[in-house]
Every structure is written in structure tokens, then in C-alpha cells.
Design a protein around this ligand. Structure first.
Ligand code: ZN
Length: 196
């Protein structure tokens, strides 16, 4: 049974489950399904600490989690927290990530921010030319601190010809053929990086 609780990272009111409902073993850990951050688990104590971390850092982690949710190839639940990996997070479909590692994964340059935003949009694209709805929860897709910064990034991708508005609506975007080419070249260089 899920209940509504505030997401410790984005403070959105979201549907929440207890660890035991998914993994069987009851733990003081909640699993959040947040429209902004995606799905993740966090221990209650860690959640209380996260709630008070400055927004600058929380938004970086929201972007990390959202990207990770979109990259997801198999069933997994990211467990985020502080310190050493807790025993419960060694469950088969759980993946332990420290808060510090999630913050450090934030894009280092504007060029990287644009590339990873494009990859996120392509991952949300269901079929060739399918519109991607941009809403109040889309800021982490562009690694942006607010709505204005998000649109700045999207407009840059539009200027670069990598995405375009869907018809006359700017609130829906489509990845162009040039954008898909760019995605393919980014993905093949990512595969090469993993091999080396
Ligand atoms: Zn959230």
C-alpha cells in the first residue's frame, strides 16, 4: 500500500512505499516514486538529513537520479545514503549510491550538460519523432536549477538543431535526425570509454 509523503530531495508530495512491500524484509527505509527525481530508496534517518541539505546540492542529486532512472536497462532501485553500504541495500535489485557520488556525477561543463540533456530527451522519446512533454517536473532532465535555466538549455539544443518544438508547442519537444545522430555518436563514445 503506498502513501503520500514529501520527497526528501525535491520536497514534492509523492507516492511512497515501505522497503518491506518490495523486498519482503521490513526496514526503516522508504521507496519514493517522484515525478522529479524518479524512483529511489532512502533510509528514514538519511532522508531527514537530506531534507535540510541546500537546494543546490539536492537538485544535482535529483538530476542524477532522474538520468539513472531513464538509463535503466533492468529492474533496479537505487538506494541513496551516507557512509558505508548498508546490508539491506545488497538485495538483488538494489543499487547503493552514496550522496557524495551522486553530487559528483553532475556535468562539469556546459557542453556536457547539453549532451546529457539531449541523451535524457532521447531516452524519453518513445519512437522516432515522438513528442516529449516538458512540464514542471522536467528541470532535472536538463540538470537545471530552475525553469528559466531549463529553457535556456532546451533553447540552446533547438538553436543547435538537435531538438525542435513539436508543431507550435514549445512545451513539447522532438529530437531531430541531427539530434539522433549526435545521440548515436555520444553513445558509441560512451561504449568505447567503458571498454578502455
Ligand atoms: Zn523528488
Amino acid at each position: 500500500m503506498s502513501e503520500e509523503k514529501p520527497c526528501p530531495i525535491s520536497h514534492e508530495q509523492v507516492s511512497t512505499k515501505n522497503w518491506g512491500e518490495i523486498f519482503g524484509e521490513p526496514k526503516p527505509v522508504h521507496i519514493y516514486d517522484c515525478p522529479r527525481c524518479g524512483q529511489f530508496a532512502v533510509a528514514l534517518l538519511h532522508g531527514l538529513a537530506i531534507k535540510d541539505i541546500p537546494n543546490e546540492e539536492r537538485r544535482k542529486v535529483a538530476a542524477y537520479l532522474r538520468e539513472r532512472n531513464l538509463q535503466k536497462q533492468k529492474e533496479e532501485i537505487v538506494v541513496i545514503g551516507f557512509g558505508d553500504q548498508p546490508q539491506y541495500s545488497k538485495a538483488p535489485t538494489a543499487v547503493w549510491i552514496t550522496w557524495e557520488d551522486a553530487v559528483a556525477a553532475f556535468p562539469k561543463t556546459p557542453a556536457e550538460q547539453l549532451d546529457r540533456t539531449l541523451l535524457n530527451l532521447a531516452r524519453r522519446s518513445i519512437y522516432l519523432g515522438s513528442p516529449i512533454v516538458i512540464d514542471a517536473y522536467s528541470e532535472p532532465l536538463a540538470f537545471a536549477e530552475n525553469n528559466e535555466a531549463m529553457w535556456f538549455i532546451f533553447k540552446q539544443l533547438i538553436d543547435d538543431g538537435l531538438v525542435k518544438p513539436y508543431g507550435s508547442e514549445i512545451s513539447r519537444l522532438v529530437v531531430t535526425v541531427s539530434g539522433l545522430d549526435r545521440v548515436a555518436s555520444l553513445q558509441s563514445s560512451m561504449v568505447l570509454e567503458k571498454k578502455t
